[in-house]
Design a protein around this ligand. Structure first.
Ligand SMILES: Nc1ncnc2c1ncn2[C@@H]1O[C@H](COP(=O)(O)OP(=O)(O)OP(=O)(O)O)[C@@H](O)[C@H]1O
Length: 231
């Protein structure tokens, strides 16, 4: 699904991402963990062609994301509030995203059904603009919009951040269901080690822009990660 070749990003002479080779297979769910400034968001931005690499390439289904738009059809993503259109209501925003993917109003309603627990009666029919929602509720809107098209590839940057504990658990279960029922390929960054391990079958640790560990999730992974991050 995704192939990264010799990917580097340099800012002001400092290399913040340096990934010689990385493959993510279709159907795989990959968690990206690493301390602040490790390069997770920068890596995601290059995968989504939001910033250009200093060197190297990202191939999505064998096409270079910088040269082809094909990946946009099957890729859903939410990195931050910049992905929202904050002067729309939530319904208008979902309709906008739905229209891009040829979804009817009925499709949109049906696709949002699994999100109802997560929405907790605070997202739909609120008669307010997205800019007036709390940070956590904006995140719920963004994640739902990313998943609305039922994408083959879902990329989420810190989806659990800003969510209350109940919402984190609901989102975790929702992502697991999307993975298991729809076979979605997932790339999720998180500082929440236990949630990301629950959702992802593979964990990559990024440190100073480099992949320092790439492991299959087992019953020992949480302990291993906690040991790694205990300094
Ligand atoms: N536009 C930019 N100009 C200069 N430096 C940048 C820029 N964007 C990111 N960086 C630097 O690149 C490094 C990686 O940042 P990035 O946001 O990718 O890390 P992260 O792993 O997502 O961190 P966090 O967990 O804190 O969100 C940081 O040192 C950051 O300051």
């Amino acid at each position: 699904m995704l192939t990264i070749n010799n990917l580097q990003k340099v800012y002001n002479g400092t290399t913040v991402v340096n990934v010689p080779a990385l493959n993510i297979a279709a159907g795989e769910s990959v968690g990206l963990v690493g301390n602040n400034g490790a390069g997770k968001t920068t890596l995601f931005r290059m995968i989504l062609d939001l910033i250009r690499p200093s060197k190297g390439e990202v191939l999505s289904m064998d096409a270079n994301v910088m040269q082809s738009d094909d990946w946009k059809v099957y890729t859903g993503s939410y990195l931050d509030e910049g992905f929202l259109i904050d002067y729309l209501t939530t319904e208008e925003y979902f309709k906008f995203i739905g229209d891009l993917h040829g979804l009817t109003d009925g499709d949109i309603t049906e696709r949002l059904l699994p999100f109802m627990d997560l929405f907790n009666d605070e997202i739909l029919n609120q008669r307010k603009y997205i800019r007036d929602y709390s940070k956590g509720n904006q995140k719920k809107i963004g994640v739902a919009a990313a998943a609305l098209s039922n994408p083959e590839l879902l990329i989420l940057d810190e989806p659990f951040a800003n969510l209350d504990p109940s919402s984190q658990i609901r989102l975790k279960n929702l992502l697991k269901n999307l993975r298991e029922n729809n076979g979605m390929t997932m790339l999720i960054s998180s500082h929440d080690l236990s949630h990301v391990i629950d959702v992802c079958e593979r964990i990559i640790i990024l440190e100073k822009g480099q992949v320092v560990q790439d492991m299959r999730t087992t019953e020992n992974t949480l302990r291993e990660l906690e040991t790694y991050f205990t300094v």
